[in-house]
Structures are given as structure tokens and as C-alpha cells.
Design a protein around this ligand. Structure first.
Ligand code: FMN
Length: 172
């Protein structure tokens, strides 16, 4: 939205741990300094705003569908995400997102903890996401889901073991 993506990549260092929290709608309720630094926004520009502000157009819709379906089911998500900074640059991360609950079991917030993505994962995920985008443009989510399922099957997995396949890739 108004930001033109560039091919400038920002480095996420192996020591960086990028944290943010969100409410049920996905709006940012908290983020740590490295989150703001990479995204290129001030705290005032991002707090109470949707996480989708840093959505990169190279991210397939099907990944966010899996992401939200899992969270609504109270399941953790491990996923690779390409994020868009305010200046148009991008950075890849390996995210672990979970639902935090209050002591009485009610919803507290969503918490995402992001780390650098491994080179092995990058080599596989970047072309996969490009294929998913093409599938979405030509055949919609149904075709995209098929491509994703075929990919997971080629790693001996399925949608049910999406997290395991992503973790295996991160460690490759
Ligand atoms: C805790 C939390 C962290 C999130 N982090 C990101 C993120 O780093 N990048 C991103 O594009 N979307 C992130 N999202 C997902 C967004 O809310 C949104 O679903 C996504 O950007 C896709 O945008 P859309 O739903 O408008 O298509 C996060 C959501 C939550 C709840």
C-alpha cells in the first residue's frame, strides 16, 4: 500500500530475536526495538496497527491462511516470512507464532518470535513461494493449496506436519 518494494535486502543477524504481540485482529500491541528497526517504522507508527503493514507482496496468501487457521485452532505456527520495510527493502525471517492464554484459559494475545532464516531454507522456500504466487494468480487458493500440499508431500509431510517440514528446512 503505497510502498514500492525494492530488491534491497536487510540482514537479520543470528543474534537477532524479533518479537511482536498481536490482538485477536492481528493488530500490533507490542514489539521489541529490533522489530521497529527492521520494519523502519517508529513505535507510534505501528502500535495498534495491523501486522499486515509489513506484508510483502511476494508472500503467498495460502501461507497466511494456514497461519490463521492454525492460530484459531490454538496451534503454534512455524513459518518463513518475507517482510516489507517502510523504505521498500525486505527481510526474511523464520517465525514461531503461538497463542498466549490467561491463567483462566481465555485468550491473552498472539506472540511471534522471529529469527534469521537458514540459507538451506531460503534456497527452497523462495522458489516455492514464487510458485504459490503464480498458482494463486492463475487458479486461486484451491490451486495454491494443491501446490503447497504437493511440496509438503515431497518432504514426506502434509498440511498436518507443515511445522515439522519447515523446521527440517530451517535446520538444513
Ligand atoms: C503475532 C502476529 C505476528 C504477525 N507477524 C507478521 C509478519 O511479520 N509479517 C506479515 O506479513 N504478517 C504477519 N502477521 C499476519 C498479519 O496479521 C496478516 O494476516 C498478514 O500480513 C496477511 O495480510 P492480510 O491478512 O491482510 O492478507 C502476524 C500476525 C500476528 C497475530
Amino acid at each position: 500500500m503505497g510502498i514500492t518494494p525494492t530488491d534491497v535486502e536487510q540482514e537479520v543477524r543470528s543474534v537477532d530475536i524479533i518479537v511482536s504481540k498481536g490482538n485477536e485482529a492481528g493488530d500490533i500491541t507490542y514489539a521489541n526495538p529490533i522489530f521497529f528497526k527492521l520494519a523502519g517504522y517508529t513505535q507510534g507508527e505501528l502500535i495498534d496497527k495491523p501486522h499486515a503493514l509489513i506484508r510483502h507482496p511476494d508472500m503467498p496468501k495460502i501461507i497466511f491462511k494456514y497461519f490463521w487457521d492454525s492460530l484459531k485452532d490454538s496451534k503454534d505456527v512455524y513459518a518463513f516470512v518475507k517482510n516489507l520495510a517502510k523504505d521498500g527493502s525486505f527481510y526474511w525471517i523464520h517465525a514461531h507464532v503461538r497463542v498466549a492464554k490467561n491463567p483462566d484459559g481465555s485468550f491473552r494475545n498472539y506472540v511471534s518470535t522471529r529469527k534469521t532464516m537458514s540459507a538451506g531454507a531460503r534456497a527452497v522456500i523462495e522458489p516455492l513461494y514464487a510458485r504459490l504466487i503464480v498458482a494463486e494468480e492463475s487458479g486461486g487458493m484451491e490451486v495454491s493449496l494443491k501446490v503447497l500440499e504437493e511440496f509438503l508431500a515431497s518432504y514426506g509431510g502434509s498440511l498436518e506436519t507443515f511445522n515439522d517440514v519447515m523446521t527440517k528446512l530451517q535446520n538444513s
